[in-house]
Design a protein around this ligand. Structure first.
Ligand code: B1M
Length: 212
């Protein structure tokens, strides 16, 4: 079993101390931080998701695994940064109203920070009114929205409409992402970009702002 397999396994078991220890061990043996995220943590979380769907496990167990993921992300966060990068713009992100999933959102925020963006994190369950108020306050270059539920992804279209009605749409680029989304859905609701995963989100953000 590889080190990354062990991290995924410990995450599935919800063993936070072991996830932490294995993360530190993998780093000291030269495994890249982003490989730990993609091939250890996200792979483990996918298995947790499948077990949750098939009712093999329930909400508390999912939360325990989510917490274990956070202990590893805390260690990885500073390492995912490209040191000395000039601020590339402001990226605002929130999970839309009705939705409290924040692991993917946090990961996107972390990689954006790592790529040199100033990140304004609005948290979870964010209403259209709050998005608008915060756009007026922070003047971000890009507004990012995350949704993990097929019901709440519909809220993204409403938020874009509200931004339009406030006359702010030409001041910000809008990016959307989250497991149930597709490029087709992003096009349908009038988003400027769809981020398939956190790394893709960073690439799309750079390209929206003409950064190479
Ligand atoms: Co929930 N949940 N959950 N859950 N949960 C899902 C999403 C689900 C698919 C599980 C399942 O049935 N298999 C299902 C949704 C079904 C659907 O609508 N299609 C589901 C459900 C139904 C629910 C509840 C309704 C359950 C209930 O109470 N009966 C409830 C809803 C609560 C609410 O939000 N109102 C609920 C609750 C919870 C917990 C609280 C227990 C917990 C959340 C803890 C937390 O986030 N702090 C939880 C979790 C952990 C999951 C699963 C297991 C894992 C999600 C996750 O963190 N993935 C999930 C199953 C799954 O997805 N495998 C599930 C890891 C994360 C790194 O990936 O978030 O996809 P993800 O982010 C990726 C990309 O999507 C992308 O980049 C990220 C990194 O690569 N991305 C962006 C995300 N946002 C982006 C934004 C961008 C760009 C890219 O630009 C702005």
């Amino acid at each position: 079993m590889s080190e990354l397999d062990r991290i995924a396994e410990a995450l599935i078991e919800g063993n936070a101390p072991q996830v932490k220890q294995l993360t530190e061990k993998a780093l000291s043996s030269g495994v890249a931080p982003l490989d730990i995220v993609n091939q250890g943590l996200i792979r483990g979380m996918d298995v947790v998701g499948t077990k949750f769907r098939t009712m093999e496990i329930s909400v508390p167990e999912v939360l325990i695994s989510a917490r274990a993921m956070h202990t590893s992300l805390e260690i990885l966060k500073p390492l995912l940064s490209e040191h000395g990068v000039e601020p590339r713009g402001t990226f605002m992100i929130g999970t839309v109203k009705g939705d409290i999933h924040d692991i993917g959102k946090n990961l996107v925020g972390m990689l954006m920070e790592g790529a040199g963006f100033d990140v304004v994190d609005l948290g979870v369950d964010v209403s259209a009114d709050t998005f608008i108020q915060k756009i007026e306050e922070h003047h971000p270059d890009i507004v990012g929205m995350s949704a993990l539920l097929t019901i709440t992804m519909q809220e993204m279209g409403n938020i874009i409409k509200a931004i339009q009605e406030k006359g702010l749409r030409n001041q910000v680029k809008v990016m959307v992402g989250g497991a149930p989304l597709t490029q087709e859905f992003a096009d349908k609701i009038g988003a400027d970009a769809y981020g398939e995963d956190a790394r893709d989100a960073v690439e799309k953000a750079k390209s929206l702002l003409g950064i190479t």
